[in-house]
Design a protein around this ligand. Structure first.
Ligand code: FAD
Ligand code: NAP
Length: 546
């Protein structure tokens, strides 16, 4: 039977899409490249992988039963537990029967005559449906830089985002890792414990804050579960989609707000140097991100950056290594916050060497290691922690062709053009979940995913009820939305000239430099989406065939 909706991807977005669309009576078919559910948490199995949003918040709110029956073992869960959660959801709601695994979509084309989307796969099959939802993820296309000689490496080559399911034995091995973003920072302390020697090839030093390492206390989990209704409401009203709920019953008052920084309106510039140090000593490095002016005022930003650098100098024994680990040419707030567990202390180990690629760039990867401008590093294992072709990568790789033969690659030649990160003009009835121009990666992603899938489900329902054949944004709505996305990002550290982040596409050579996520806040964004729907899908063109 022809499905009503084809969904590409079985990460959390594709999984919730099955649940939601099926509930409204739609016949759903999901196509997934991996062999099982979980998306990010299926692919990123590297040692140390875990979430940077508390697990009780980074969880679905669509089912009260699910909320109540699932227990998280840690406050910030590790990848195996998040993958276990994804599997539980798949089992509990019988999702797998709708998913075709080991099936990569290689072409997505609109047939104007039949008004159907036709999807081609690498298994040689083809699927058609009137609606297509790309739940392909913002961080699902691993970036492997084109280093000279890369293909010649004869040892074991790994990427953090394509980590094998089987255990990787690093004992007695000389291991090299390229990349010190969130993935590298999480993996490096664990790799150092396992390898004979670890060489960290660092191009850009990173700002990190210590991760919360707490095991989940039963009483805290109980209190969250008792308050989940209110917590989900609080998430809806928070810019980043997190409730920041603080347990009242199960945590004594003196320890209640250990993560609280200064008030949202406080400014680092308003404090004296001694006061700044005192606040930092009392509350830790994460305090720096609580000051509003750090995000918008370059002078305040540099004050915070320098306090951060001083803290690192104290953590790393070797002065030269410490200096090489200090970010100096961009500021806090430009990139996504990186959480670390013993990252700096790892560089005090005898079996860890930091290789500063700015001082001594890689000249070539050779069959037996890496050669920099200074020396040869023989390696048994080479690990790429080099990130992703983010936000647009998976959509462009799917080879999408819309009305009149227009390809998405052509439409997005100078950067992504979309309305609300949900739809693109010229691609009727094709939807993106957490697409460019939506809060997505600046938000608790599970909150963003539920909101998008709900909006798409409601939209399809509206189209069917009103016998409307197609929906796509107007050109004006797309242009206005992009102007707004740029306007709210302007003047923040995210778009500072010194900032080179994957939010801007700056990590991929040749990618247009455009700030892709929506920085205006989740509640404001959701209100825009809701208003458009309430107004009969204002900003969209709805068509009935004759
Ligand atoms: P994904 O989980 O990326 O799933 C997309 C799926 O689509 C993948 O399984 C992929 O195989 C499939 N796919 C893509 N293209 C095709 C194709 N052409 N054909 C078939 N299948 C295809 N977010 C947070 O909010 N908090 C966190 O703490 C957090 N931690 C993260 C840690 C890591 C290591 C990474 C990489 C990301 C993290 N994120 C975090 C972001 C994370 O991606 C989202 O939270 C969320 O898991 C995304 O779900 P998704 O279903 O939208 O996409
Ligand atoms: P990333 O932040 O893009 O970091 C990639 C690293 O690889 C950077 O240090 C980069 O250096 C380096 N690199 C890339 N190309 C290189 C080259 N040619 N030579 C040398 N170095 C090179 O990627 P990521 O660490 O995978 O993180 C991506 C995002 O995934 C995060 O921002 C976050 O949203 C998510 N994530 C979250 C968590 C978590 O804590 N929950 C964990 C992992 C990932 P340059 O900076 O110089 O380019």
């Amino acid at each position: 039977m022809q499905p009503d909706v084809l969904v590409v991807g079985a990460g959390f977005a594709g999984m919730y899409a099955i649940y939601r669309f099926r509930k409204q009576g739609l016949n759903v078919q999901v196509l997934e490249a991996g062999s099982d559910v979980g998306g990010t948490w299926y692919w990123n199995r590297y040692p140390g992988a875990r979430c940077d949003v508390p697990s009780l918040e980074y969880s679905f709110g669509f089912s009260e039963e699910l909320e109540q029956e699932w227990d998280w073992p840690e406050v910030f869960s590790a990848q195996p537990d998040i993958l276990r959660y994804a599997n539980h959801i798949a089992d509990r709601f019988n999702l797998r029967e709708h998913i075709r695994f080991n099936t990569r979509v290689t072409g997505v084309a609109y047939d104007e005559e039949t008004r159907l989307w036709r999807l081609q796969t690498d298994t040689g099959e083809s699927f058609s449906a009137p609606y297509c939802v790309m739940a392909t993820g913002c961080l699902s296309v691993p970036n492997r830089p084109a280093l000279p000689g890369a293909a010649s490496f004869a040892g074991l080559e790994l990427h953090t985002a394509l980590w094998p399911k089987e255990d990787v034995d690093l004992s007695g091995k000389r291991v090299g890792i390229i990349g010190t973003g969130s993935s590298g920072v999480q993996a490096i302390p664990e790799l150092a414990k396992a390898a004979e020697h670890l060489y960290v090839f660092q191009r850009t030093p990173v700002y990190t804050v210590p991760a919360n390492r707490k095991a989940m206390r039963d009483a805290v989990q109980r209190e969250f579960k008792d308050n989940y209704g209110a917590i989900r409401d609080m998430q809806q009203n928070n810019a980043g989609g997190v409730s920041n709920f603080r347990p009242q019953r199960s945590v004594e008052a003196a320890r209640r707000n250990p993560m609280d920084g200064p008030g949202a309106e406080s400014k680092i510039k308003a404090l004296t140097p001694a006061e700044r140090k005192a606040v930092l000593k009392a509350r830790g490095l994460e305090t720096l991100l609580g000051f509003r002016d750090v995000y918008t005022d370059p002078e305040a930003n540099e004050i915070a950056n320098e306090l951060f650098r001083d803290a690192v100098r104290e953590l790393v024994d070797d002065a030269e290594t410490a200096e090489a680990l200090l970010p100096k040419d961009y500021g806090l707030g430009c990139k996504r916050q990186v959480l670390d567990r013993d990252y700096y202390a790892t560089f005090n180990r005898d079996n860890v060497t930091l290789v500063d690629l700015r001082a001594t760039p890689i000249e070539a990867v050779t069959p037996d290691g890496i050669t920099t401008s200074a020396q040869r590093y023989p390696l048994d294992v080479l690990i790429y922690a080099t990130g992703f072709d983010a936000m647009t990568g998976a959509l462009l790789k799917a080879n999408i062709t819309g009305r009149g033969g227009q390809t998405l690659n052509d439409k997005w030649r100078v950067g992504p053009v979309a309305y609300l990160g949900l739809q693109m003009r010229g691609f009727p009835n094709l939807f993106t979940v957490t697409g460019p121009g939506s809060p997505s990666v600046l938000c608790n992603m599970l909150v963003a995913i539920e909101q998008h899938v709900n909006w798409i489900g409601d939209c399809i329902d509206y189209l069917q009820t009103n016998h409307i054949d197609s929906i796509e944004p107007t050109e004006q709505a797309e242009q206005d939305w992009i102007a707004h996305v740029n306007e709210v990002a302007e003047g923040t550290m995210y778009t500072a000239p010194s900032c080179n982040s994957w939010y801007l596409g700056a990590n991929i050579p040749g990618k247009p430099r455009i700030f892709m996520p929506y920085v205006g806040g989740y509640p404001q964004y959701k209100a825009r989406c809701d208003n458009a729907a309430r107004e009969g899908y204002s900003g969209f063109e709805l068509k009935r065939s004759a």
